[in-house]
Design a protein around this ligand. Structure first.
Ligand code: PLP
Length: 385
């Protein structure tokens, strides 16, 4: 069996499983905000986890806010930056390839609060037009409330010019939220060096428990809570913390850090896999091929075939991939991301996304080559190409 949907959700990593078995045996299980001994011990465990997460992510201890995941982190940032009526700046800049968590949230602020959303276009490889971003920042600097653009795309794995984006925003004094949900854990990341004002991640993309996540905040004192509650997380996020889940984030992030050494070998094997498939089937398209991409993602299309048919063929060989982002599965349409890239429908409908993790065995790509070849051969015969 090959699970190749890590961009959708990563299975619990072995380190987290081992940790949880021991942790569940030994306790403590108490409210981390309670003043008794067991509460203090639980709190200590969770704050140790925060220190580990901060270290691995290159952030200060106070810059780590535990939450339920990227969607909450994104909503929190929008609320903190835009939710205040005193904000007189009225433009939000995003890009054409953002996840629905960003698209729908910015649309909400447009509909409900009168913001104008400007969408930076992307090129055919799915890279945002940094020139346009620069131009818009130059033209509208005093009216831009926030820029929110991702670091790596969930469908294509294409890495964006995030350093340039944050430099432009910083120079203009514009808050910059970078959606790092697919970036963190798949390639080295250092929050301080990135100069982002805000970054988000989800535990279930990293091998930690689902329903966990981190919001990284450059200036925590300025952050307004989305959930007020009892002042937990230093007043940034009310509600009793998911201390067990937060501990799994620390374990998973530490384990991932170990795996960065496998990235080069994985990227080379991925290139070999894509080249073999393209040689056997010259009409096959690898989306975002000419752009920097996460080493773990291949988004590949046989124009004219239906991606779901390919997915089902692969599944019959015990290989689990998706056709596009998890939320829009089952929809036989070209995804919004691919449309923004100008990808034609015959290519867009044929894609499958193969997403592994940093320490997936290299042999997986040999098995994928064999399985995809078999699937394409069978389906093209049926369609008599
Ligand atoms: N941003 C990106 C780029 C994603 O890929 C996802 C999930 O797939 C999200 C945000 C939302 O993450 P979650 O559903 O874990 O909150």
């Amino acid at each position: 069996m090959i699970y190749a949907d890590y961009n959708g959700s990563a299975p619990l990593c072995n380190e987290v499983k081992d940790y949880l078995f021991k942790r569940l045996e030994k306790g403590p299980f108490a409210n981390p905000n309670a003043i008794h001994y067991l509460g203090a011990k639980t709190l200590m465990g969770m704050e140790n986890a925060r220190a580990v997460c901060a270290k691995v992510l290159g952030a200060d201890f106070d810059q780590v806010v535990f939450n339920s995941g990227a969607t909450e982190g994104i909503s929190h940032v929008f609320h903190s930056v835009l939710g205040c009526d005193k904000n007189t700046k009225k433009i939000i800049i995003t890009s054409g390839i953002e996840h629905s968590a960003i698209v729908n949230t910015s649309q909400f602020y447009a509909n409900e609060k009168g913001y104008e959303v400007k969408v930076v276009p992307v090129n055919g490889d799915g890279v945002i037009d940094i020139g346009i971003l620069k131009e818009w920042i130059g033209q509208h600097k005093n009216n831009i409330a926030m820029v929110s653009i991702m670091a790596a795309n969930n469908e294509t794995g294409v890495i964006q010019p995030y350093k340039e984006m944050s430099a432009l925003c910083m120079a203009a004094g514009i808050p910059f939220l970078c959606d790092t949900t697919q970036f963190i854990g798949k390639t080295p990341f250092n929050f301080k060096e990135s100069n982002f004002d805000f970054a988000v991640c989800s535990g279930h993309k990293l091998g930690a428990l689902t329903g966990t996540g981190i919001l990284l905040v450059k200036s925590p004192v300025e952050l307004k809570p989305l959930i007020i509650g009892g002042g937990q997380e230093k007043g940034h996020r009310g509600g009793t913390q998911n201390y067990l889940g937060n501990e799994t984030l620390a374990v998973a992030l530490s384990a991932l850090n170990e795996n960065f050494k496998h990235l080069d070998a994985l990227a080379a094997k991925r290139t070999e896999f894509e080249a073999k498939i393209k040689k056997a089937f010259p009409s096959v398209v690898v989306i975002g091929e000419n752009a920097p991409r996460l080493a773990t993602t291949t988004y590949i299309s046989y124009p004219g075939l239906h991606g779901q048919a390919v997915q089902i063929e692969l599944e019959s060989q015990d290989i689990f991939v998706t056709t596009s982002s998890a939320c829009s599965d089952n929809m036989p349409v070209t995804s919004k991301v691919l449309k923004a890239m100008g990808i034609k429908d015959d290519v867009g409908r044929g894609v499958v996304r193969i997403s592994l993790c940093m320490n997936s065995p290299l042999e997986y790509y040999d098995q994928l080559t064999e399985a995809l070849t078999k699937a394409y051969n069978k389906l093209t015969k049926v369609k008599s190409f």
